[in-house]
Design a binder for this molecule. Structure first.
Ligand code: NDP
Length: 246
């Protein structure tokens, strides 16, 4: 069995997940790339390999619990280990509470919260067996301080904190850590349609006076998933340019 750490990253087709996969591969991990769309994952795999990294593709819909668990189990059995799980894929279905539909609520809870439970349950056994694991759940500052129009999204992201602390307590003695990284406003497809005045307002709230880049989040994930971070667990790290400071 190779010593190379195996990292499973959801939402790797674009945005923050793509930057995380690129960074972890550059740091010597084997990146298992997951999202619904296969073509951008194949492109990223080629790009990583062209830069002397290694990657493979497990395309699936993370809201399909059986398919998602199977994708993680397949990756673990193919490589004989699973060391790093980054639950990054997420969606928004924004609406004011008076107008929010059951479907908008259920879609966000299923994709942003239930999938994380499914993934961690599937990853726990190979991580415990290897006596090493790094779980990172990507939340949001909306889950820390709330955001009008995002009751579903903030509920799901906030719930990741209690979930992550619980599995950190359960799995810590087996060498498995679990943490949350909570991005602020990051330049990706998810935020590209925000009105200019909203972007300017957000910038003014940040000590850094800029939006974040996907690489800012990838750098935090690279540390939290490193071998050096074995004493860091159950924490929520806001990477938000100082917007919330809570
Ligand atoms: P993007 O919308 O740019 O990308 C989302 C990724 O998730 C894509 O790779 C998408 O791939 C994948 N995805 C979505 N739904 C599913 C699904 N059902 N199954 C599998 N993959 C899925 O988002 P960002 O990169 O901006 O966000 C990444 C994470 O960071 C999310 O959890 C988001 O909530 C969080 N975040 C983002 C912030 C921002 O400002 N951008 C701020 C705070 C948190 P595909 O469509 O091919 O399936």
């Amino acid at each position: 069995m190779s010593d190379q750490r195996i990292a499973f990253i959801t939402g790797a087709s674009r945005g923050i997940g793509r930057a995380i996969a690129t960074r972890l591969a550059a740091d010597g991990r084997h990146a298992v790339l997951c999202s619904r769309s296969q073509a951008p994952l194949n492109d990223l795999k080629s790009e990583i390999e062209a830069n002397a990294g290694s990657a493979s593709v497990q395309a699936c819909d993370i809201s399909d619990s059986a398919a998602f668990a199977k994708a993680i189990e397949s990756a673990a059995s193919e490589h004989g280990r699973l060391d790093i799980l980054v639950n990054n894929a997420g969606i928004t279905r924004d609406n004011l509470i008076l107008r929010m539909t059951d479907e908008e609520w259920d879609d966000v809870i299923s994709t942003n919260l239930k999938s994380v439970f499914v993934a961690c349950r599937a990853a726990a056994r190979p991580m415990m067996k290897g006596k090493f694991g790094r779980v990172v759940n990507i939340a949001s500052t909306s889950g820390l301080v709330g955001n009008a129009g995002q009751a579903n999204y903030a509920a799901a992201k906030s719930a990741l904190t209690g979930f992550t602390k619980s599995i950190a307590r359960e799995l810590g003695a087996k060498g498995v850590t679990a943490n949350v990284v909570a991005p602020g406003f990051i330049n990706t497809d998810m935020t590209k349609n925000l009105p200019e005045q909203v972007v300017e307002h957000v910038k003014s709230l940040c000590s850094t006076k800029r939006l974040g880049e996907p690489e800012d989040i990838a750098a935090a994930v690279a540390y939290v998933t490193s071998d050096d971070a074995g004493f860091l667990t159950g924490q929520t790290i806001a990477v938000d340019g100082g917007m919330t400071m809570c």
